[in-house]
Design a protein. Sequence first.
Length: 169
Amino acid sequence: MHKKVKKTFSKIFEKRFARFFVVGVWNTIVDLTVLSIMIVILDAKPQDTLKLILANTVSGTCSIASSFLLNRYFVFKDSHNPIEGKKLATFIVVSLIGAYGINNTVLNLVVLHADWLHNSIYPIIEFFKLDGIITRNMATIFTGKAIAGLSSMLWSFWAYGKFVFKEDS
C-alpha cells in the first residue's frame, strides 16, 4: 500500500505539477502582459478598485483561455476525452472561482491593506535601478497580483485535478 501511495504522489507532484508550473509561468506572462496594458489604458491606480478589478478580469479571462488549452493537452493530457458540456462548464466554474473570486479578492486585499509589504518591495526595485521603469503604483499592484496568483494557482491545481481533468478510475 505504501509503495502505491508513493508512486501516485510521485506521478502527480513530480511530473504533473512540474508541467502545471510551466503552464502557470506562461499563463502568468499572459496575465501580467494584458494586466499591464489594461492598467495603462484605464490609468488605474491602487486605490481605483473598480478599474483594478476590470483590468484584472480582462487579463484573467485571457489567462483562462490559455490555461484551458494547455492544461487539457499538456498538463493533464486529457485530449482523448471529448470536451463535453459538463467538463467545459466545470472548468469554467473552477476558473471563475480562481480568477475572479480568489484572485480579485486577494489582489485587492493585498493592494489596499499590505502597506508593510509594498514598503518592503519598492526599495528592492530602487536598489536594482528599476524605479524608472516600474512605478510605485505598478509595484504595489504587481505585489498584490503575485500573491493573488499564488493563491489562485493552488486552488486551480487542486480543483482541475479533482473536478475537471479526472483520471478514469
